[in-house]
Ligand binder design. Sequence first.
Ligand code: IPE
Ligand code: IPE
Ligand code: MG
Length: 261
Amino acid sequence: MSLQDLLTVVPAGSDEADLVRSLDFGRLPRHVAVIMDGNGRWAQLRHKRRVEGHRAGIDAVRDTVETSARIGLEVLTLYAFSIENWKRPQSEVSTLMGLLKRYLRAELGTLLENDIRFQVLGRVHELPPDVQQELGRAQERTKGNGGLRFNIALNYGGRAEITDAVRSLFQELLQDGRDPSGIDEQALAAHLYTAGQPDPDLLIRTSGELRISNFLLWQIAYAEIWVTDVLWPDFRRRHLLQAIGDYQKRERRYGGITTTV
Ligand code: IPE
Ligand code: IPE
Ligand code: MG
């Protein structure tokens, strides 16, 4: 996937085509993470129920996954449901779970065709059994794929993830009779849900909120943050391209001096 691949789906001569051409495909972010926010507000603006916003958000998910694969990103992580989201009305939660199940069923073929590897980040065992089954199937069927790694953060909390990682690391040390004084950042990172994946370079949040909401707390240490007022159901390819274009203009320093992306 590449510039040419993207240009096949972008209307010739459009602003989007200009955006694509302005990108430096040699300096793409390896990992893009997205806080998909604003579904409720999108619905409210249209005098619809909140769940209609979630339903409409599926199109944005499809578009973002497809574009990420075409661009040639290594990893895309979408934040779909936080541990704190269980506080919402039960009817909203069950609609969200149902939508997820349907999405996975409908999209599995596309994921396979496009060599996309699907993975869930979060406390999967606490999800309803039918959802777990669907997630397990999609993970199993796509595990050999070598293209885009597509993570969905589900029943995910950044603090919960770090807590789980510490617990699992300690269990390993105890089993092996090793001394905890040897623990370093790499050892802890190897027990996170994202073990083996690069940290996000670019973190996108839709609908204007300037907060992290417990997302990938460990991994975003040096991510570049891009916030848009666009509500998630309206988020499309051009917004992702814009975010990547802006990212490429940033100067990443990692605490040092003058390093560009
Ligand atoms: C994001 O949209 C989707 C989830 C958190 C599941 P919201 O449902 O949070 O929408 P707003 O923020 O209320 O507009
Ligand atoms: C963050 O959005 C979680 C997801 C996008 C899944 P929220 O809408 O739950 O976050 P807050 O409550 O505005 O911080
Ligand atoms: Mg929200």
